[in-house]
Design a protein around this ligand. Structure first.
Ligand code: IMP
Ligand code: MG
Length: 181
């Protein structure tokens, strides 16, 4: 198996992603306070979050950052209805302005769950920032405030996104043409 070979077709290059991150950071800086709490959902969003907070720094934001691991169980590449917290936040969210970051908004179940949980814990506000939107698969009522790119209904990998725990290290987002054995 070779991730750099013919199986992955570049969809968004690292230069495109870098440019888009700068634009998102400027939008976020213009609409949210300087002292926000970034909550990044693991594992998929860690690369995006790492680049976005540095773009936010350049845009004058001073975020704190915490992580949460959520799992939605299902078969294959379909996520099921139930979301569970596998690793909870360490930081206090009460009264905080939160920017919730995830890789993909698809059915919306994961982010609807996370947003409700943060609001139930007393967050002052929760905005959603996602790298990719797959709008045709929505089940839960949730929309993102900041979207990197609208994604075609294909299975994509790279820039933090995985297939069977592979491909997260790719510096671009690509369509997985041929799934590895
Ligand atoms: P949902 O919005 O609750 O359905 O969750 C979407 C999650 O499914 C994302 O956070 C990803 O972890 C995963 N996912 C959906 N589509 C893809 C894809 O094309 N590549 C990799 N992971 C995906
Ligand atoms: Mg995910």
């Amino acid at each position: 198996m070779n991730a750099e070979g013919s199986e992955v077709e570049v969809l968004f290059s690292s230069a495109e992603i870098e440019r888009r991150n700068r634009e998102l950071a400027v939008e976020i800086a213009g609409e949210m306070g300087r002292e926000l709490l970034v909550v990044a959902i693991l594992k998929g969003s860690f690369v995006f979050a790492a680049d976005l907070i540095r773009a936010m720094h350049a845009a004058g934001v001073r975020p704190q950052i915490d992580f949460m691991t959520l799992s939605s169980y299902g078969t294959g590449t379909e996520s099921s209805g139930s979301v569970t917290v596998q690793r909870d936040l360490r930081d206090e969210v009460e009264g905080r302005e939160i920017l919730l970051i995830d890789d993909i908004l698809e059915s919306g179940r994961t982010l609807a769950f996370a947003k409700r949980m943060l609001l139930d814990r007393g967050a002052k506000s929760v905005r959603l920032c996602i790298l990719l939107d797959k709008p045709n698969q929505r089940v839960a009522e949730v929309e993102a405030d900041y979207v990197g790119f609208v994604c075609p209904d294909e299975f994509v990998v790279g820039y933090g996104l995985d297939y069977a725990h592979y491909f997260r290290e790719l510096p671009y987002i690509g369509i997985l043409k041929q799934k590895p054995a």
